[in-house]
Design a protein around this ligand. Structure first.
Ligand SMILES: [Zn+2]
Length: 280
């Protein structure tokens, strides 16, 4: 715990962390637009944000990430309609994610007067940023609509060769094996589940997402990701059943968020988590 605090201290003191936090909050605002529009198929339709309740255009000063929601107390300024807490939460999560990724891959060597960056760490940073961002968007869409859009997962799989080409640590063998193993293992699980329960338990969306995770992180990530996602998913699923009592064992819980969370933790904290488990 103390070691963690000592590691966190430089993050809290660095002005760069706050720059990445603000950048993340702004991107989170854009991710909210993606989360709202992609599943509804209206991504390219309107240029400006409009109120989901009354359709009035939202002025930009009511669209400041996090702050607007707090100052307007979760109500639309135009008509008083409720604005979901999901919006500020996604913005905050993106902001914190950007800081964490920079903490993991601190590519800026110096920036007083002249800027010096580590190109390899910059590539790792950019890779993690895109990877975690797409997974965050997929997770929230999956929570809300129980789908993981193909327009997000398939391009990720298709971009695997490019990722291998630019990423300093990923080799094409582990990436290729990752796509095959990620897609294959889950396809097998979905198939066995279908044979046993005679109903579709896992969506093909999860299969494509895991194939994308395998491609972007390498096959080494697959087993750990599935393992922790299943444990987390079971704990949360059982808790939800116990608390709400409305759901039963047949209620479907989206698996995408757990897969995404486990994959991001594996990528950002893999070594630290391994250390913790070994010390226990
Ligand atoms: Zn309104």
């Amino acid at each position: 715990m103390q070691g963690l605090l000592l590691e966190l201290l430089p993050i809290l003191c660095s002005p760069l962390s706050y720059i990445f936090l603000c950048l993340g909050l702004l991107m989170g605002s854009f991710f909210n637009v993606c989360i709202y529009r992609i599943p509804r198929g209206i991504f390219w339709k309107e240029k400006r944000s409009v109120c989901p309740h009354c359709g009035v255009m939202i002025p930009f000063w009511h669209n400041v990430p996090l702050l607007s929601w707090i100052f307007l107390r979760g109500k639309a300024a135009c008509c008083g309609g409720r604005i979901s807490i999901q919006y500020p939460l996604v913005e905050l999560a993106t902001g914190l994610l950007f800081v964490l990724i920079y903490w993991k891959f601190p590519f800026v060597l110096r920036w007083d007067g002249q800027l010096a960056i580590d190109p390899r760490d910059f590539l790792r940073f950019a890779h993690a940023l895109v990877f975690c961002s797409v997974l965050l968007i997929c997770s929230v869409i999956d929570l809300e609509h129980q789908i993981i859009p193909d327009v997000l997962s398939l391009p990720m799989i298709a971009l695997t060769p490019l990722v291998v080409w630019v990423h300093p640590d990923l080799d094409w063998k582990s990436a290729l094996l990752g796509v095959v193993l990620g897609g294959g293992v889950f396809y097998a699980i979905a198939w066995i589940y279908y044979l046993v329960r005679r109903e579709a338990g896992l969506g093909m969306g999860d299969v494509k997402l895991l194939a994308a995770i395998g491609g972007w992180l390498g096959y080494q990530a697959i087993l750990t990701t599935v393992f922790w996602a299943s444990i987390l998913g079971s704990i949360v699923g059982i808790s939800v059943i116990l608390i709400s009592k409305k759901m039963d064992m047949k209620t479907r819980l989206p698996f995408g968020p757990f897969l995404s969370f486990a994959a991001v933790c594996y990528h950002l904290f893999g070594h630290q988590l391994a250390d913790v488990i070994i010390t226990f």
